[in-house]
Design a protein around this ligand. Structure first.
Ligand code: GLC
Length: 726
């Protein structure tokens, strides 16, 4: 009886919440309509475009506030001038630099995403920003893309699972997240004009899912249109992507914001789903005698079309309704907190995500290095000391304090004799161009080899560095290898001392001609303010690495799907591009074409050992509405606490359409003390096995047999099950 009463109470409470939510949204709509009815046409149009680099006007007459935005996905960017690119030189805009989103994705842990979103949202709130311009979830298609470090890897399911809690975390501060760059912005070459041709199936199966999850599960309040075109129309005002898919099919009720300068046509901007125009190519107060923002596409030109009736007033009303809804969720939300920034908690979140996202790729008893041993440790490589929170483009940060790897290691390895040699040097970060380095690399190399000779162990801390062409917005990498002569330097260092391990700091895969020459390889991402501590935590064994690769490391560039089909596939020809690999992106390509990667998607070693056993499946036969439940036990069989990520992939046998061998459909991270065993279960909805069928423009769940793969990496499957779907 008691249970029934309890359940009844739950139902009543739930329905109250539903009613409250509905009345809230009814209330909200009533308020929006009442404000809308008071606005002049000029005031409505003004709200739809920028008044400065990063703000849009409110309606002062009515006390409706402005909207203020800031980059970026990894932390709140330093204050930009009112009307010119460049920093305003404030002294109160230092912030916490959180790890790059590749690192967050590599944790395979949605709890870390929520912590991340809450913390970065608190900092945006404290800096009085109403929209935080992130997260980015463009799929990792080529290892050359300059902005992969800002995104969540090559798999749509992983990105979908990791982006939702981040959005929810940010928005619980009363700050809008801004999901970007919608969509198909998978490279920086010609990003402002490339017209991407991709099959509808690949669009829906690979490139849209993370955006759909962000909108439908994350309830994101704003979306940023990408610079490029899809089907010949710019993404910032695109009838299919914005009006049909985003606003109609997915019921997105927020604001579509251009990427800065992404608007190109007034009529299209009016009719094809754009709500807010930012960063158009006027530099504010100097281009025209009048107010240059009046020349924006959604400014006077739009006002004209409205006045002549060429475009209906309903278009601006819809935009303003969405903008007012964004305001009620943020700047006009009386209940939102006050935020906070640069505190210990945020640094701890950054450090925890950093340590949990680091991926141990290779280890021949090199890592961990015992911090209590009295040994001579040579730290070689510019990334050991180079500040990496600046650079990279719009996601760069003015970190209050950035702990370098050298500093972190010195503080942790107190008993060691540390010798540092830069080994190579690059120039300072500069958007859009390469500044030559200051020193001659030969002399640096000589000093580095000498340091290696004197050491018991060598840690080479290299990689990319967010300079132009080296993991930076506005340009892709020009080749797959490490820059600044690192390969040759590493060869010389290893010859001088074979006890060498590599700490690779990058947001992309790189070519590794030295992969067999070093005793250990650790993939450390751009880790932000706590880089040095996070790296030292893992190198010393204080933290057992548990990260898994969110994207594949091909042995050579030609092994990557995007680079298999020649120029038309990457970077395109005459601004036309075709994603000819279709759905076979990343491990989907490597598995299906049997091209062994250097390191596989989902790969990541540990300092301990795990055993996965008793894997079971709830049935062999399924139909629509069912769920596959994979249960298994996992034991930490060695003597160090650690975490493992159980991954479940599914593939269709003898499909009537081309398919990848297997696709990630579930994962779970498990933390275990030495000797501890945990039973876990992972559910997969049968509908999630459907493929996108272009002949019906909808998802199609194919009958027949499937294989379910259970393992701890895409190339390390320990159990398979055959199932049938009726
Ligand atoms: C940049 C980026 C975008 C950023 C915006 C504002 O061009 O593409 O991610 O948020 O402009 O800086």
């Amino acid at each position: 009886m008691k249970i029934r009463v309890y359940l009844l109470a739950l139902v009543v409470i739930n329905s109250c919440f539903d009613i409250m939510a509905q009345t809230n949204s009814k209330d909200l709509d009533t308020k929006i309509e009442s404000i809308l009815s008071q606005l002049t046409l000029e005031e409505k149009v003004a709200m739809c475009h920028a008044q400065s680099k990063f703000s849009t006007p409110g309606v002062a007459r009515l006390g409706i506030p402005e909207i203020w935005m800031s980059d970026g996905p990894h932390g709140v960017r330093g204050e930009i001038n009112w009307d010119k690119w460049g920093y305003a030189g404030w002294t109160n805009d230092f912030a916490t630099a959180f790890p790059a989103l590749t690192c967050l994705a590599a944790t395979f842990n949605p709890e870390r995403s929520e912590e991340y979103g809450i913390a970065v949202g608190e900092e945006a709130r404290y800096r009085r920003k109403d929209v935080l311009l992130g997260p980015g979830v463009n799929i990792y298609r080529t290892p050359l893309n300059g902005r992969n470090f800002e995104y969540m890897g090559e798999d749509p399911f992983l990105a979908s699972k990791m982006v939702v809690p981040y959005i929810q975390g940010v928005q619980q501060n009363g700050v809008a997240a801004c999901l970007k760059h919608y969509v198909l912005n998978n490279q920086e070459v010609w990003r402002n004009k490339v017209n991407v041709k991709v099959s509808e199936r690949a669009l829906y199966e690979i490139y849209l899912p993370a955006f759909k999850a962000g909108v439908q599960e994350g309830k994101v309040w704003s979306v940023m249109g990408a610079y490029n075109k899809y089907k010949g129309q710019y993404c910032c005002h695109n009838e299919i992507l914005l009006n049909k898919i985003l606003k109609n099919d997915w019921q997105f009720d927020g604001v579509v914001i251009t990427d800065w300068g992404g608007a190109t046509n007034t009529r299209e901007a009016a009719l094809y789903g754009l709500d807010m125009e930012m960063g158009s190519h006027s530099d504010g107060l100097t281009v025209s005698a009048d107010y240059a923002y009046d020349y924006y596409y959604l400014a006077n030109p739009y006002l004209e079309l409205l006045k002549t009736g060429e475009v209906p007033i309903s278009t601006v009303d819809d935009k303003v309704r969405r903008i007012l809804r964004l305001m009620f969720r943020t700047t006009m939300n009386p209940d939102r907190g006050l935020g906070r920034m640069n505190n210990r908690e945020h640094l701890d979140v950054a450090r925890k995500i950093g340590t949990e996202g680091i991926v141990l790729l290779k280890n021949e008893d090199f890592f961990p290095i015992d911090p209590n041993k009295e040994l001579t440790l040579a730290i070689i490589g510019e990334n050991a000391t180079k500040a990496l929170t600046p650079g990279g483009g719009s996601s760069e940060l003015k970190a209050k304090d950035e702990v370098s790897p050298l500093r972190g290691i010195k503080e942790r390895f107190k008993n060691a004799k540390i010798i540092h040699a830069m080994g190579y040097n690059s120039g300072p970060p500069q958007y859009g161009k390469v500044i030559p380095p200051k020193y001659n690399n030969d002399s640096l190399k000589t000093a580095a080899v000498a340091a290696a000779k004197k050491a018991d162990l060598v840690l080479f801390i290299g990689g990319l560095n967010k300079n132009h062409y080296q993991d930076c917005e506005g340009g892709d990498r020009l080749d797959y290898g490490l820059p600044f002569g690192q390969d040759e330097l590493l060869d010389a260092v290893v010859k001088a001392n074979p006890n060498t391990g590599m700490v690779l700091i990058s947001g992309n895969a790189v070519e590794m001609p030295w992969v067999d020459k070093v005793k250990g390889i650790m993939q450390a991402w751009f880790l932000g303010s706590q880089s040095g501590h996070a790296i030292a935590d893992v190198v010393s064994g204080d933290v057992n690495p548990s990260g898994k690769l969110p994207f594949t490391f091909p042995v050579k560039l030609e092994d990557n799907a995007a680079h298999y089909y020649g120029e038309i596939s990457y970077p395109g020809v005459d601004y036309e591009q075709e994603y000819k690999e279709d759905i076979l992106v990343g491990y989907r390509w490597h598995d299906t074409r049997k091209i062994k990667p250097q390191f596989a998607f989902g790969h990541g070693l540990s300092y301990t050992e795990f055993q996965l056993f008793n894997a079971e499946i709830n049935s062999k036969n399924f139909e629509k509405g069912d769920a596959i439940t994979i249960s298994c036990s996992i034991t930490n069989t060695a003597n160090m606490a650690g975490a493992e990520v159980v991954q479940v992939y599914v593939g269709k046998n003898k499909s009537k359409v081309p398919r990848a061998v297997k696709e990630l459909k579930g994962f779970q991270k498990v933390y275990l003390e030495p000797g501890e065993t945990e039973d876990i279960s992972i559910d997969i909805k049968i509908e999630d096995l459907a493929y996108y069928d272009e002949s019906i423009s909808d998802w199609n769940l194919e009958e027949g047999s499937y294989t379910v793969y259970v393992g701890n990496a895409s190339d390390n499957i320990s159990r398979t099950f055959k199932i049938r779907v009726k």
